[in-house]
Design a protein around this ligand. Structure first.
Ligand SMILES: [Mn+2]
Length: 424
């Protein structure tokens, strides 16, 4: 199914009076608003193929119904999302969950929804039915070269598939680590992982990047072989200029200062990709901005400041992606909320008076620094994000229109109530 232009226009007409009033107020209040809206229009957040079904835990999984059963249906879902918010113009695939059978057909289907292929994701955290060796005790770190080689070959195969789709980055997240003290020689695991990554790195086409993602714990509970940004940066530095660290917001220990990590990685030219989500305890699957919107804003403050310092394009300088798959919401409504939260935090970061902040920092005027940041954070930026969406043909209120058009009911009608998205 597709959302027709006239359906969006009819919905927008009803919201027009209220929006115009709010936006007129913002236009008077904020200097340089047109420049901000231009940036918002360009800013696109990739949607991972695994976020379109209801996630589960080791205790259970409760399908929401109408979930996409194949790659074509996943592209269709992201197409619906992008039609509503015009900020979700890319899809991130996971191999082997999303292996295309006909690359040209998949490419043209994606482009019919105005979608690009973002970073490809490999999977060496599960065993597949047809593989020779098990990843039970790790993949790229494994003590057995045969297991490592299988994992290396898989990553190189993922690059090959990404080339066929027009992607230009590989994200490697490893579940490798250990569950108990003494299980692993840390240096041996690091060296094996580095050597394996070097073989994958050597297979990267010229314009490609490799993102080394880190995670503090889970599924291993004692050590993780790429466990924090320092370890990721070590691998990325040793690998070379095409290798970067990827920051996933949910992959830190509680209270980690993620905004400082982001700032320093940008300074070193080694921040490559970004995964958005939120968490309260140790989870990494809650809707972006649902728990700690101020932290999300502070991270965007560092992203904007650090990217501007390097002359980087906000939209294309880093790989932006949502990485979340929680258990109880409609996945498409959840993604609409995540994208909205990200766009709001980005807008608020663009509203910060940078000159005044720099001056206040130079004068050690701590109270003023806080005033400047919180003045931006407490600005209701919704009409600005809405204006950017309206100018590009999106819906005034994406969730409201999603419900008015009964999209989930229609997807259940065509796909069935008891579908389970592939891969989860
Ligand atoms: Mn991630």
């Amino acid at each position: 199914m597709r959302i027709e232009k006239d359906q969006i226009e009819a919905h927008n007409e009803l919201a027009a009076v209220k929006h115009k009033r709010k936006f007129a107020f913002m236009s008077e209040e904020i200097e340089g608003l047109e420049g901000i809206i231009e940036k918002l229009i360009k800013f696109q957040i990739a949607i991972p193929s695994w976020a379109l079904g209801t996630g589960g835990t080791r205790f259970g999984r409760f399908s929401g119904g109408g979930e996409p059963g194949n790659l074509e249906e996943k592209i269709q879902d992201i197409g619906l999302l992008h039609a509503l918010n015009r900020s979700s113009g890319a899809i991130s695939l996971h191999i082997p969950w999303d292996i295309p059978t006909d690359y040209d057909a998949i490419k043209s289907l994606a482009s019919s929804y105005d979608l690009k292929f973002d970073a490809m994701n490999s999977n060496t955290f599960q065993d597949q039915a047809d593989q020779a060796y098990s990843y039970k005790f790790g993949s790229l770190q494994h003590v057995d070269k045969g297991v490592r080689q299988q994992a290396i070959d898989h990553n190189i195969e993922v690059i090959r598939q990404g080339v066929a789709l027009g992607s230009s980055a590989l994200t490697v997240w490893l579940a490798d680590g250990s569950c108990f003290p003494g299980q692993l020689n840390f240096r041996g695991a690091f060296q094996n992982t580095l050597e394996s990554l070097e073989e994958i790195y050597a297979a990267l086409p010229d314009e490609w990047k490799i993102f080394v993602e880190y995670k503090a714990f889970e599924p291993n509970f004692y050590s993780t072989t790429v466990g924090d940004w320092g370890q990721s940066l070590l691998y990325a530095t040793k690998l070379g200029p095409k290798a970067y660290t990827l920051v996933d917001l949910g992959h830190h220990l509680p209270n980690a200062n993620i905004e400082q990590i982001v700032s320093l990685l940008l300074m070193e030219g080694k921040l490559g990709g970004f995964h958005f989500n939120d968490s309260k305890y140790g989870d990494d699957d809650l809707t972006a901005g649902s728990m700690k919107p101020y932290q999300l804003f502070l991270i965007f403050n560092e992203l904007v400041e650090g990217m501007d310092a390097k002359g980087m394009d906000h939209a294309t300088g880093l790989g932006w992606m949502i990485d979340a798959s929680h258990n109880v919401k409609d996945p498409l409504e959840d993604l609409i909320q995540s994208v909205e939260a990200i766009m709001l935090a980005y807008t608020q970061a663009l509203l910060i008076d940078r000159k005044a902040l720099l001056a206040a920092q130079q004068e050690n005027d701590v109270a003023k620094c806080q005033e400047i940041l919180q003045d931006a954070f407490r600005t209701d930026a919704r009409a600005i994000v809405q204006e950017a969406r309206l100018r590009t043909g999106g819906a005034a209120n994406p969730i409201q229109l999603f419900r008015e058009l009964k999209i989930r009911e229609k997807l259940i009608g065509s796909r069935g109530l008891k579908t389970v998205a592939t891969g989860l």
